[in-house]
Design a protein around this ligand. Structure first.
Ligand SMILES: Nc1ncnc2c1ncn2[C@@H]1O[C@H](COP(=O)(O)OP(=O)(O)OP(=O)(O)O)[C@@H](O)[C@H]1O
Ligand SMILES: NC(=O)c1ccc[n+]([C@@H]2O[C@H](COP(=O)(O)O)[C@@H](O)[C@H]2O)c1
Length: 173
């Protein structure tokens, strides 16, 4: 039995993440998804709460043939002990899938097996690009699973993102 770990901020969860998770699901038996920077919300780069992101990811994975756990992980000041911080909040896992150089470095130093996950059509599937589209009033719904659209509509997430982005712009004046 192999259990894997995959972490992201998921602001929001999109088809780039979903494509990689579908590939991971073919290689392992169970998956732990970490909702990174869980303490952040209501910011232009991190508009959604950890709870909202748990819903987005959990619902999107509902029909995948893999047992999954979706757990919020708050940031800490010390990168040097972050791997222990993660381990204390998650079921034990044998392998990490990541594309983030810091995440890869920290897990490798801790002796954990890391598999580099490829980027899937990055220019289209990127949280930054999806948030830009939301603020600009452009179409974004086709870039994320249906369950993510439902969560964002239910919380009126686009209005929230526009409001917090406007407040960022005002504070820099
Ligand atoms: N298009 C993609 N295909 C595959 N993996 C991706 C893609 N975009 C992001 N990832 C990976 O998903 C993980 C989590 O990324 P994250 O939640 O920060 O998404 P992001 O799209 O990079 O967001 P942002 O633009 O807000 O930084 C990272 O390892 C990242 O490399
Ligand atoms: N010291 C820390 O708290 C620490 C270290 C490495 C990664 N992380 C988090 O892991 C997540 C990595 O995901 P991304 O690939 O989306 O950046 C982020 O939320 C990041 O903040 C936190």
């Amino acid at each position: 039995m192999t259990r894997a770990f995959y972490i992201g901020r998921f602001q929001p969860y999109h088809f780039g993440h979903h494509t990689i998770i579908k590939q991971i699901a073919e290689e392992v038996d169970e998956l732990v998804v970490g909702i990174g920077s869980a303490q952040k919300s209501h910011e232009s780069t991190d508009p959604f709460t950890a709870g909202e992101r748990v819903l987005m990811v959990y619902n999107a994975l509902e029909n995948l043939p893999i047992r999954h756990y979706v757990l919020p992980i708050e940031d800490i000041k010390y990168n040097s002990i972050w791997v222990h911080h993660v381990a204390s909040r998650t079921p034990h896992f044998e392998v990490v899938y990541s594309n983030n150089p810091l995440v890869i470095q920290l897990f490798q130093e801790a002796g954990v097996c890391v598999k580099q996950s490829p980027l899937y059509i990055r220019e289209r599937y990127s949280g930054t690009e999806i948030r830009r589209r939301m603020v600009a009033g452009e179409k974004w719904e086709h870039l994320v699973p249906k369950s993510v659209v439902e969560v964002i509509k239910e919380i009126d997430g686009v209005t929230r993102l526009r409001n917090v982005s406007a407040s960022d712009n005002n504070s820099s004046l």
